[in-house]
Design a protein around this ligand. Sequence first.
Ligand code: PLP
Length: 405
Amino acid sequence: MPKLAALGGTPVAENGIRIEWPEIGPKEREAVLATLERREWCRLWSAEDSEASKFEREWARYHDARHCVAVANGTVALMCAFRALGVWHGDEVIVPSVTFVATADAVGLCGAIPVFVDVDPDTYQIDPAAAESAITDRTKAICVVHYAGYPADLDRLKELSDRTGLPVVEDCAHAHGTEWRGRKVGAHITLGCFSFQQSKSLTAGEGGAVITDSQDLADRVWAIHNVGRTRDAARYTHSSLGGNFRMSEWEATILRCQMVRLQEQTERRMRSAELIAEGLAQIDGLSLLKPDSRITQRGFYFLIIRYDATKWDGIHRDVFLRALQAEGIPCGTAYGWPVYKNPSYASGGVPHRVMDCPNAERITAEEQIATWNHLLLHVRNAILLVEACAKIRENIDELRRLAQG
Ligand SMILES: Cc1ncc(COP(=O)(O)O)c(C=O)c1O
């Protein structure tokens, strides 16, 4: 009788993995009803007592940032940030190759050209040296992604920004709660952008935000997100090019309730990640992204497991992945390939440039395994994940059989 579930054995997570996301309670129900009764479901001007304005103050405070503008989603948060920096037709914005497509698409939607650069092999984050080597006289900004919730090297990026004068946008769509040297990521350099889409560690189903310490940039983002109105504009006076990229009062209401849960949820996820780190340390050929003492708190979108085929008799990552999924563990290859391999880019349809990206190519094709932040909310899921990995290791002969088909 085979042991591996992929060959007909009993799955480790036979009774399923517990996933309940988002977590809700009476506070959310009461708050949504209160918004319903208020009959103000859209924040058009900077009404101090609107849910959107309250959320902005709370989200800014959480990041020790001076300003926050709540917007409709993470993609338009990035677009507003780029437009506030003056990114326009023909400009270039440097982006990492390993991220969700929206990071680069937001550049293209401004009429500019994303320039894809390589990532660090141990952290999967944008390689500052690769970013520097991609700078041309058309470069308008560098966009870094705290991919999976692991922070990019903000020390080196700040130094690069100071030296070159290029602004840095932090795409924090994966990094709610992540801290670098004791401060939440987002406003460390120029601007930071968040997504609150359903799968994120803080969600209202949809939603986004831009944070910054700069009054001038915050005012520009405000105008862009509100059809070009300044904060105190008369109703139909539009001073710059903008759109309706506003967050609804419903979303702000939910976010304010969910935010109260974020710290405790982050701690639960970190506890699960610690257990997984301890467990994987006993299993040859599996590891997590490199520990770094400057990361004082870790938020999660993905938990990344690095698979080293040389320690698994050359068996490909995808065979291991199939075996892990069969054990009942929800996991995958994250976005599967570097962004520029998507048909939108590879077909030549969207203008872009690609620098040499050997790490991004290898990581996505052979090494990266990702599971999701919601799984980490329950320690039992983390234990099952480690048990499943250990079981596959103990039955490597069966894994080989699986590889041979
Ligand atoms: C890294 C990254 N950036 C930007 C976005 C865009 O956010 P949204 O889906 O809210 O537009 C996402 C969304 O998944 C993301 O993962």
